[in-house]
Ligand binder design. Structure first.
Ligand code: 5RP
Length: 262
């Protein structure tokens, strides 16, 4: 393992490495987006190379598609795959019910469509993303560019009657310009601090014309795999109500790190 990998990166890697054990031959796999998901794509690619694992990947962003292809994973669009066995993705926050905030990386729309079209969604994460209540991480809301300021104002008006602690909103920027998603939309981040009723908030925000989707993933995630910097793993299965513990041996992953050029 590269000596300069931070404890957080080791934790993300450990979660990703354990999660790809859920993938078996012939599966159609949703490939998430973000730094944790990128580890997962590398770990899957290693299994494809080393074990001859045959899988079809459905990426949730152009970034992930490019990475997966470059590592030799067969990639198709969701319309070709139609239904997936499993999606493995990162998250920005998860609560005890495994409700999530996602979209810190801007890919929430494709991520939600792909995860919803999967038999199972597995979230891979480090322990720092566990919260009792969602909302410390700004909630991303994807909006169409047409009339975005009006949509943002309607979102702000809606927040007045919602059980949240903060009500600031900001247009996500990329340098001096609005950040543009793979779908050509903008993202408004909601600085809510605490979300009292995530299900209600998701339903209400989705009613606003101009809102395409929110980063609240309610009842979508089935399993969370929490990695730690020392390779310890905790697996929480919300459907079974079980918690398991495991351990990743970093020495087993030397091929993945060799690919990274270390
Ligand atoms: C991208 C996402 C990511 O899964 C989320 O932001 C976590 O990213 P990272 O693994 O880099 O911490 O939702 O839209």
């Amino acid at each position: 393992m590269p000596a300069d990998l931070s404890p957080i990166d080791k934790a993300k890697f450990a979660a990703a490495k354990r999660a790809v054990d859920f993938v078996t031959d012939g599966m159609r796999v949703g490939l998430g987006t973000g730094s944790t998901a990128a580890w997962m794509v590398r770990c899957l690619a290693e299994r494809v190379r080393e074990e001859g694992l045959r899988i079809t990947g459905v990426p949730t962003s152009s970034r992930t598609a490019e990475l997966a292809r470059s590592l030799g994973i067969t990639v198709v669009g969701l319309d070709e795959a139609k239904w997936l066995d499993v999606t493995i993705d990162g998250a920005d926050e998860f609560d005890p019910q495994l409700n999530l905030i996602k979209g810190g990386g801007g890919a929430l729309l494709q991520e939600k469509i792909v995860a919803t079209a999967s038999d199972q969604m597995i979230v891979i994460t480090d322990a720092a993303k566990a919260v009792q209540q969602l909302g410390a991480f700004p909630l991303p809301v994807e909006v169409v560019p047409f009339g975005w300021q009006t949509t943002k104002a309607l979102v702000e008006e809606t927040l007045v009657s919602m059980d949240v602690l903060g009500r600031e909103t900001s247009l996500r920027m990329n340098g001096g310009n609005a950040y543009v998603t793979d779908e050509g939309n903008y993202i408004v981040d909601l600085h809510l601090n605490r979300i009292g009723n995530p299900r209600q908030l998701a339903l209400v925000l989705n009613q606003i014309p101009g809102v395409v989707e929110t980063g609240l993933f309610i009842d979508i995630c089935d399993i969370v795999v929490i990695g730690h910097g020392d390779g310890k793993i905790e697996l929480r299965d919300v459907n079974q109500g079980t918690v398991e513990h495991d351990q990743i041996n970093f020495a087993d992953a030397k091929n993945i790190f060799a690919d990274l050029g270390d």
